[in-house]
Design a binder for this molecule. Structure first.
Ligand code: NDP
Length: 246
């Protein structure tokens, strides 16, 4: 192949998305980094280029559907192809369901679920033309087994699973696969401020007796987005150290 495969990673500025971006770049992809603030994306682009990789970035709020679709259209126009889409950007607004505000519900659904739909709709058109595509949606074990205090988040993450399976059915014949990865507890900014007793309780449930890292998630994303994974679609892979065995 003359030009490298183009991979879009949302939420690439830190945490899991950053780990995925670094890994895909190491595997020879041109990685398009997306999240809200340009500074960390520019730093990551430089880091990737210093290691001999190829990257570009677009600062975009994935909660703004028009802006997100525009950014993806821009990638297609600039690079002529989109091969890989990793819908990773996500937020939490935790609280018990009976006290949850409409705003906290809507914001999490928009950022964690609707954004993935919008990105897929824009990117899949380009993938279908190339008769190749790899879509990975970063869900959560909360979306598979539920989690008290996360009605909005678990609903969005479960929604991603239905979206993944439907896209897998709609686009499989065009060479486009769609899979979901459901991480368990991964050490990032998202989990950094959880109380110690919550962390201890979670650790008690993890069979391998350690928390996960962004690299643990990047490993499976690299596999699912590879050329050799064309017969795997519509799946949810739980990467949780044996916490749920879902
Ligand atoms: P972090 O909070 O560390 O990073 C979140 C990323 O998403 C950042 O790059 C952030 O960038 C970006 N982001 C957030 N909101 C938006 C937005 N509106 N538009 C664009 N980018 C946005 O989270 P993690 O790395 O831990 O999580 C990544 C994904 O993995 C999420 O979908 C999360 O739900 C999921 N996950 C995480 C688990 C964990 O234990 N950490 C467990 C299960 C699932 P910026 O703020 O600069 O925009």
């Amino acid at each position: 192949m003359t030009t490298p495969r183009v991979a879009i990673v949302t939420g690439a500025s830190r945490g899991i998305g950053k780990g995925v971006a670094l890994r895909l770049a190491r595997d020879g992809r041109h990685v398009v980094l997306m999240s809200r603030t340009a500074g960390p994306l520019a730093d990551l682009k430089s880091r990737i280029e210093q290691s001999g990789g190829s990257a570009s970035f677009k600062a975009v709020d994935v909660g703004d559907s028009a802006a997100l679709a525009g950014a993806i259209d821009g990638v297609a126009a600039e690079r002529g192809r989109i091969d890989i889409l990793v819908n990773n950007a996500g937020i939490t607004r935790d609280g018990l369901a009976l006290r949850m505000s409409d705003e906290d519900w809507a914001q999490v659904i928009q950022t964690n679920l609707t954004s993935a739909f919008v990105a897929i709709r824009a990117a899949a058109r380009v993938m279908m033309k190339g008769r190749f595509g790899r879509i990975v949606n970063i869900s959560s074990t909360s979306g598979v087994v539920g989690n008290a205090g996360q009605a909005n988040y678990a609903a969005a993450k479960a929604g991603l699973l239905g979206l993944t399976k439907t896209i897998a059915r709609e686009l499989g014949a065009k060479g486009v696969t769609a899979n979901a990865v459901a991480p368990g507890f991964i050490e990032t900014d998202m989990t950094a401020n959880l109380p110690d007793q919550v962390k201890e309780a979670v650790m008690g449930m993890i069979a391998v007796k350690r928390f996960g890292t962004p690299e643990d998630i990047a490993e499976i994303v690299a596999y699912l987005t590879g050329d050799g994974a064309g017969f795997i679609t519509g799946q949810t892979i739980c990467v949780d150290g044996g916490m749920t065995m879902c």
